[in-house]
Ligand binder design. Sequence first.
Ligand code: PLP
Length: 406
Amino acid sequence: MVPKPSPAAVPTTRSKPLISGKAERFTESVIRDMTRQAHLYGAINLAQGFPDFPAPAEIKRAAQEAITADLNQYAITWGARSLRQAIATKMKKWQGLEVDPEAEITVCCGSTEAMIASLMAITNAGDEIVVFEPFYENYGPDAILSGAQPRFVTLHPPADPTGEWQFDKRELRAAFTPRTKAIILNTPNNPTGKVFTRAELEFIRELCVEFDALAITDEIYEHILYDGARHTSIVTLDSMRERTITINSLSKTYSVTGWRVGWAVAPPVLTNAIRKVHDFLTVGAPAPLQEAGATALDLPESYYEGLAAAYRARRDRLLPALRQAGFKTFAPRGAYYIMTDIGGFGFPDDVSFAQHLVKDIGVASVPGSSFYSHPKLGAHQVRFAFCKTDATLDEAARRLLKLKKA
Ligand SMILES: Cc1ncc(COP(=O)(O)O)c(C=O)c1O
């Protein structure tokens, strides 16, 4: 029997397009789709960056207590006072920065919302946004949805596996024009693991000042650093305080990606605009989880040392396994992903390789092309996330060895 088409699939003649030009210009997230494929094929999910181990007990308790205490109604639109205060205190402690929690912080539904709300708050049609590529997948659709024109600048992979991903200063300078409204930074970086050095950020700072551009910096992996790498926030550099939006979230630092609590820190004029967009996008982030967020941000320094040490051990578990399976790997300095080169496997492209991996080998990864503006740029790369237990990583390693026999 021929299946009856669902009403949505019935072709109709229309006088105008059903779908907006903006929504036509991007696809669903490949990262999130790979998670669905991992479920479908029973594969180990090294695609999407969420931990498969528990969040810290004290913050889960704080969330439970907040619900029991009936903090279950809308928080203040731009964030519960306790969380905004905790963000300001943490920024003072870690960045040495005085931030006014009443006028400079907007709590959002994850850094995802903080980024799109910030872009919508600052861009007009035709404004240009400089983005390093490979980039975290969301930034492309974020730029389209906000009406801005992205200008991509390549992060070149290192020639040897222990080297650094680098940008060419001339290429970066050429991407800045009088129409440049902002540059999006992500350090520590997903997917490359690059941690931008102070000298690199100084160069970016000079361009921002020269072209009167803003920096929007996504620092959600700020505490996940390896091999002595140090995190520098561009907002702390000379003249950047008034032109930086710093984005962060609970998701990665406290292993609660499903809580959807993040924030944007920016000078009052920018914050005012971000708050307005945020208000009409989502009204607010989950109220009891904001209270628990205040507890999270108050954890002692030893928590962050433990977090980085545990991730270093996971990185050092997966890296040799990938090499043994035949991947060329790029060792990350920060964040919890390993970008790999799949040239040795003889597949036509990253998508067919990732499909083979998820269906036949039983490991989900993310095709490299989803981190680039053009598919051919990432056609020989795939990314693995290692925010997983030892047991998960070991089972993935065992399965990946089948690649050698295939
Ligand atoms: C660089 C980067 N920014 C933002 C996000 C999303 O973070 P959130 O859960 O805070 O929305 C991710 C998630 O993987 C990410 O890697």
